[in-house]
Design a protein around this ligand. Sequence first.
Ligand code: UN1
Length: 511
Amino acid sequence: MSRTQIPSAQTLQQLAHEAARRCGVDVAAVSGDRPHRSPVNGESLGGVRWSEATEIDAAVQRSREAFLQWRTVPAPQRGAVIKRFGELLREHKADLGTLVSLEVGKITSEAQGEVQEMIDICDFAVGLSRQLYGSTSVSERPGHRLMETWHPLGVVGVISAFNFPVAVWSWNTAIALVCGDTVIWKPSEQAPLCAHASAALLGRALEEAGAPAAVSQVVVGGPEVGEALVDHTGVALVSATGSTRMGRAVGPRVANRFGRSLLELGGNNAAIVSPTADLDLTLRGIVFAAAGTAGQRCTTMRRVIAHSSVVDELTERLTEAYARLPIGNPLEDGTLVGPLVHGDAHDAMQAALKQATAEGGTVVVGGERVLADGAEDAYYVRPAVVRMPAQSDIVTRETFAPILYVLSYDRFEEAIALNNDVPQGLSSSLFTRDQAESEIFLSAEGSDCGIVNINIGTSGAEIGGAFGGEKETGGGRESGSDAWRAYMRRATNTINYSGELPLAQGVDFSV
Ligand code: UN1
């Protein structure tokens, strides 16, 4: 089934501007001459104003000044600002969700889910604001005590991607702010309005608390704006989400100036389907993770590694499910697959399918463009399933589009090896009812990814856990658990209350 109701440009622009205004955005002030198109119909949402890279230095100065004040505010009071931000997000959930749908093409339920993720991280950060614990330790010397204290780092630069245009910023910002840092955000070029809207809501929470406005800044612009943040010595931490290619450039540049980086890069996430798996549940888990968000999450499932005894049945059932997927206007109830973000994504998908076929693969369903009539610059595709005879080059690459490669295995160790035999290491799943298999997959000999799931798909992580992955995924951890430590610096303190001066390691230095 495909849906044909693609709304007109005028309606979309009006919807976007009204939603942005309700969030507190001065639409005229953020408008400019940069073209800005909605993937929903390929037409203009109204031009936007871009900042120049030369504006970054002043932004960093403002951020630094705000930091000097913000770091003295007790953490629970900083938490109270985030609590208010969470309330404003609840109030404007529908507005922000609409903007996310219009700017990046997410279906309403996923767009609102993204805003819910922002609300959730606010709640988490409020609790965290009373739990920035350091440990104490015994000393080897009499009358001494060791302890760790955690201090804010300073200015944090956040560079975010189109596919989670607001949630990833809020994971970073909610945590960074309760930690006492200030944030400068360079959002995706694709999503300036939802960035301005989110920043306006946080700005309101800061203003009500009497906090400096420059605690949170948003700088909309091109790649050179991101580069200026990356290279600025005043930016203590650069948290960047995007492609591995981007991370390969950012990581060394930040390291070269001894800054810190937190990288959240590509994924190539697999699910292993064991002979004991519940196939109904497995099917639902795979379809959401592989076709949801039109295959444009970093956690999207890109590979299924199914036991040879179930691979045929599973592929058949996937083919049926994919043929029925409602594709179309993401704002319309019932749609499950919205558009690709732009034509380049469509071209990359077609090139990958061609390569997969050349490498012996068979496209069993999908891959074709749909709804092209009347919306030539909008790129809707039917998600594809490709049966591969064996591991091949294309399977090891991340193509940011809905292509699911199906491979088969006979021995469980073989499946784990296939799961790990890619350069990326973000997320992984195992569908099984065999407890030993599940334990092995979760053990050191199992999946090498940062996220390892049993009987759920690879995407849709909750904010309470640390989010991120290994290898070319970049090694960063964001959102829950103890990810906050990346936003603070640790001081080790030794306190001597003995009245003597015994030296560590028994050193004698009497004068
Ligand atoms: C991303 O795709 O960059 O786990 C983030 C998930 C979401 C976050 C994805 N909670 O799929």
